[in-house]
Write a protein that binds this ligand. Structure first.
Ligand SMILES: [Fe+2]
Ligand SMILES: [Fe+2]
Length: 510
């Protein structure tokens, strides 16, 4: 029989084969505001529990069909997440103690005082409430921390690491693993797998029954299984690592399954709860969007890179004398940036600017300018427009806007005698000062329409001579130093190559 139901009331299941006990407990607990249901034995109790929603079970020990101890074992097995209170007569106190060892919350001696029962129920439910609040707090904190960590990165490797280590820590599982579906062959591959320190990490790993897992996902059946029922999700397990519990949640992006987050437990007494599965689902949702974002970002970066390179190629296609110029200037600018110890983002910006620095030449008639004779004043004036043309090409493109200062000012000179604005010293943006050195060195050491390439030594001497007038002396210094290192490395590599050649056995005379 069921009494008044209030949404926030706790639900108690009374299990006893004696009608009078059922009625007494039901009446008194209902008067205390609990929602009470009574059943006659363990079998009926299990049926009621399977429907869910109970907080506490008060059960007699000896009943027909299924007694209290057996019921307790079943409750543990199914992880019903209810407190169990055992009722027992004097003769069976030992059994009650055994029940406590098996996880019963408390026991009541028959004949009992009603107040005593109410007190135990209140105390138990209060404890359960505190525990749940604690779990919820811990879970929301871990989700919050993970989201924070995910917001800080766009690197897929880092994202996977954060997700899997958070999952392992928060679920109490022995192993957590994240699989992603390969876009080409559609196979699910283990991307990151972490095990507790206590778990042996062997070369052998379990083989999952992906068909079964995906089948569950498709039919919206939650994957949370224990004991033998967990086994069907594995095709092969390494010796001695039979999973005792398994939970799997899908990673979805734009309605498509893109991967799965799995946890296993090898500990028989450990049970994953439905709450944990739900938390895992939330983690998986955050993970999915972080992975999706990172992938989009990666794609975008790749497209941008290709666009930039396309630009650079288009520009050089017009001018055979500057073929490879942008790439070499990028190489030299990267060396200077490294020598200056610039931040990765800044380094990236300098390299892009180097690749694009002469983009404005697209807009000027280069054919006329590539001639063996010196440029006329008029022609030189046209040539001098290329930084400004570059600025105008790049400014409307949002993702290239931050390289505009470098491109616009790469022909400024340190003493203020350059163009287009005649900026002086540190007023010239740092990136532009870097480009000026890299650009001039390459111009000097390459063949041009009007002269042959100069040697490295002469070019370096020229840079030195013009430090402080044309160039920022600090950048000239860094470039010379980096260039020396580079040349030393090249010489060393060449020497090693020659040594390998020499060591090869000479051909035997015939
Ligand atoms: Fe230029
Ligand atoms: Fe240039």
């Amino acid at each position: 029989m069921e009494y008044s139901f209030h949404e926030e009331s706790h639900r108690v299941l009374v299990v006893d084969d004696e009608k009078v006990i059922r009625e007494i407990l039901s009446d008194f607990l209902s008067m205390e505001g609990y929602v009470v249901r009574t059943v006659e034995d363990g079998v009926e109790a299990l049926e009621a529990l399977a429907e869910g929603g109970y907080n506490l079970v008060i059960t007699d020990l000896k009943m027909p069909r299924m007694g209290g101890l057996e019921l307790l074992e079943e409750i543990n097995k199914h992880a019903f997440n209810v407190l169990t209170v055992i009722m027992t007569g004097f003769g069976t106190v030992e059994t009650a103690i055994e029940a406590m060892k098996k996880g019963a919350y408390d026991y009541i001696l028959k004949p009992f005082k009603v107040e005593e029962v109410i007190h135990i129920v209140q105390r138990g439910l209060e404890k359960q409430r505190l525990q749940q609040e604690n779990i919820q707090l811990k879970e929301s904190l871990s989700i919050y921390r993970m989201s924070e960590a995910l917001n800080k990165t766009l690197s897929i490797d880092k994202i996977l690491e954060v997700i899997v280590s958070t999952t392992l820590k928060e679920s109490g599982a022995d192993v957590a693993a994240l699989l992603l579906q390969d876009k080409n062959n559609k196979q699910f591959e283990v991307m990151t797998r972490r095990a507790k320190d206590t778990q042996p990490e062997g070369p052998d790993q379990e083989v999952l029954n992906l068909v079964e897992i995906l089948e569950h996902y498709r039919s919206d059946r939650p994957v949370i299984y224990h004991g033998n029922r967990a086994n069907r999700f594995f095709i092969k397990v390494p010796a001695g690592q039979k999973p005792a519990g398994f939970v799997s949640v899908p990673l979805k992006a734009r309605m498509e399954i893109i991967g799965m987050l799995n946890v296993y437990s090898y500990t028989k007494s450990f049970k994953f709860s439905e709450g944990q599965r739900k938390t895992l689902s939330i983690l998986a949702d955050r993970a999915s969007s972080a992975i999706d974002n990172a992938r989009l970002h990666e794609n975008l970066q790749r497209t941008l890179q290709q666009t930039i390179q396309g630009f650079a190629r288009a520009m050089e296609a017009k001018d055979p004398y500057t073929r490879g110029h942008s790439d070499r200037v990028t190489l030299y600018a990267a060396m200077i940036s490294k020598g200056l110890g610039l931040e990765p983002k800044h380094h990236e910006r300098v390299c892009t600017a180097a690749l694009m620095h002469d983009v404005g030449k697209i807009g000027i008639p280069l054919d006329a300018l590539n001639k063996p004779q010196k440029l006329t004043r008029e022609e030189y004036e046209i040539f001098k427009e290329h930084p400004d043309k570059g600025r105008r090409i790049l400014e409307p493109i949002e993702f290239l806007r931050d390289i505009v200062p470098a491109v616009y000012h790469h022909h400024e000179q340190y003493d203020g005698s350059g163009y287009p604005l005649g900026l002086k010293g540190e007023d010239i943006p740092l990136d532009a000062r870097i480009l000026a050195v890299a650009d001039t060195y390459d111009a000097m050491t390459s063949d041009r329409a009007y002269r042959k390439a100069l040697s490295h030594e002469i070019a370096i001497a020229e840079l030195r001579r013009c430090a402080n007038t044309q160039f920022d002396p600090r950048i000239v210094g860094v470039f010379i130093l980096e260039m020396e290192k580079e040349l030393e490395n090249r010489a060393l590599a060449e020497q090693q190559e020659n040594e390998v050649e020499e060591k090869k056995p000479a051909e035997s005379p015939t």
